[in-house]
Design a binder for this molecule. Structure first.
Ligand code: SF4
Ligand code: SF4
Length: 372
């Protein structure tokens, strides 16, 4: 059984100590970073930079508190994420969303280089075999994983496991290609994109969202460049008519997330990774989408733990007790209080990722919630 420390988003007093940044400072004290990290040690503060229109990420004010706490014990932090769109463009996105050296108080760097090809093959498991872990995450001795908790069109729920799994590996390997990157989780087999001309209304959203220009239209026909394509799935997610698809298996997807998370974590010695889940601005979709919808439930607070499975289970337990918000996708989906909001939003077996992570031995679903 692991401890999960929790601070509610509600404030009871108009004091800094009761604010969310103030409570995050207290949580970081509570877990005692000095137990895990050495002075002078380099520490990756792993987050998601968001996208040009998805601003509901872990806010820079929180990243700065984490950086300051790490500096307070003499560690040397930097803020990082892997390349999701072309590297230079992604750094611009980070800057636009307020994540930069000045705001965070530490360098902001790409974990797998500007081209997203700096990675090292790491043994995974029976689904993935091997996976290309970002070289910086592979090399760094310690990590604080700052995850924005939200829904997810494919995973149902996105938190620390997804941040470590998808966010700790590259889109592809320099020689071995997309099959050893996050595309190996997103799709199956040859990952051949299928376009259904009958359904397509030529809105060109898929072409616009593709980070690699792997989709073009000629004479009103979709042309897909399978050699260029990362199998990131963005085109599939933005098509509201389901006119493009990649072959996918939900159960395999969930299990492969846990497998990739285990592979990434295998590059660290025990007790060198800490997880912070931000249950704030909990919107229905992933932070890599081109827009962020309004939250489906109210801000709940922040959790911190050294157990990735415990913090995910505790986060989900809190989400499931929360009431759906009016004027949100939750209301449009007719979700009533007490119903499983994560399941009803996306109809995905989201708990599988947590159960599988426990089965693979990277943590325990049994936890004790310690509220500060
Ligand atoms: S997003 Fe869908 S509907 Fe729009 S052009 Fe692409 S396939 Fe067609
Ligand atoms: S999956 Fe779609 S959006 Fe992603 S790289 Fe391939 S074609 Fe582009």
């Amino acid at each position: 059984m692991s401890n999960v420390y929790f601070a509610s988003a509600r404030i009871k007093k108009w004091k800094y100590d009761d604010s969310i940044p103030g409570k995050l400072e207290r949580l970081l004290n509570e877990i005692d970073l000095g137990k895990y990290l050495e002075p002078e040690e380099w520490v990756a503060v792993k987050t998601h930079f968001g996208s040009e229109g998805a601003h509901r990420i872990v806010r820079p004010v929180f990243l700065r508190k984490v950086v300051e706490a790490l500096k307070g014990i003499g560690a040397k932090p930097f803020v990082t994420d892997t390349v999701r769109i072309k590297g230079l463009d992604y750094l611009e996105v980070a800057n636009q969303n307020g994540i930069n050296h000045l705001s965070c108080g530490a360098p902001v760097v790409l974990a797998d280089g500007l081209y997203g090809r700096d990675n090292i093959m790491v043994k995974a498991g029976e689904i993935l075999g091997e996976i290309a872990v970002a070289s910086l995450i592979y090399d760094v001795p310690a990590m604080v994983v700052c995850s924005h908790v939200k829904g997810h069109i494919n995973a149902g729920y996105g938190g620390a496991i997804k941040n470590v799994a998808m966010g700790g590996v590259s889109s592809g390997h320099r020689h071995l290609g997309w099959k050893y990157g996050r595309g190996a989780m997103h799709t199956i087999g040859e990952g051949k994109l299928v376009w259904d001309q009958e359904k397509c209304e030529l809105c060109y959203q898929c072409e616009e969202i593709c980070p690699l220009d792997a989709i073009t239209f000629e004479d009103d026909k979709l042309i897909w460049d399978g050699d260029e394509c990362w199998r990131c799935g963005r085109c599939v997610r933005v098509c509201q008519l389901e006119a493009v698809s990649l072959p996918c298996d939900d159960e395999r997807f969930m299990r492969s997330l846990s497998e990739a998370a285990k592979a990434v974590l295998s590059t660290f010695k025990p007790n060198k990774v800490i997880y912070i889940n931000f249950l704030t601005e909990i919107q229905p979709e992933c932070d890599c989408m081109p827009a962020a919808d309004v939250p489906v439930i109210q801000d709940q607070g922040i959790l911190i733990s050294d157990d990735i499975v415990s913090i995910e289970q505790a986060s989900i337990d809190i989400l499931l007790k929360a009431h759906p918000l009016p004027a949100s996708m939750a209301q449009e989906s007719d979700i009533t209080p007490g119903e499983d909001i994560l399941l009803k939003l996306h109809h995905r077996p989201y708990m599988l990722q947590v159960e599988e992570a426990e089965r693979l031995g990277i943590g325990s679903r049994r936890y004790e919630l310690v509220e500060i």
